[in-house]
Design a protein around this ligand. Sequence first.
Ligand code: FES
Length: 168
Amino acid sequence: MLHTAEHGDCANEYPGQELLSIGQVSDRTGVARSALHYYEEIGLIAATRTAGNQRRFPRHLLRRISLITVGSKLGIPLSDIKRALAPVPMGKIPTENDWLRATEEWKKVLEARRRAIEELEDRLMGCIGCGCLSMQACSLLNPEDQLAHEGAGARRLETPGAVANESE
Ligand code: FES
């Protein structure tokens, strides 16, 4: 069912725009409803509500969601994706200038990602040749001796929080 802001409950927020239900957005983007809920929760996307408290998304958000999907597939943290998309308004149809500004932000995010991967690659190559797996000396297992404050003894390779952060 097609909703439009002229005749729907959301006319004040999105005048004249086509509004989509979460199911329609999920179908068109391939993004699970649960992920869309999460994106909304962290402010990556925004929805309005009908009088019956159902989410409605302006159609122009499909492009934004597609970019979020691409960024996620590249392993870019959602916090960085959010920063890159900051110039693109959600409450109105973005202009070409909005997208141009976002392009500049995406370049910065991708460049930072590229540098991080190259640095990781350098470290990994060194570790493959080394193989010591030392919690004190290995720059991959314990970068910049981050575990030193926990004292001597066995250490976890990853903390539960680190895993959660990576899956953002
Ligand atoms: S395995 Fe030895 S430094 Fe990483």
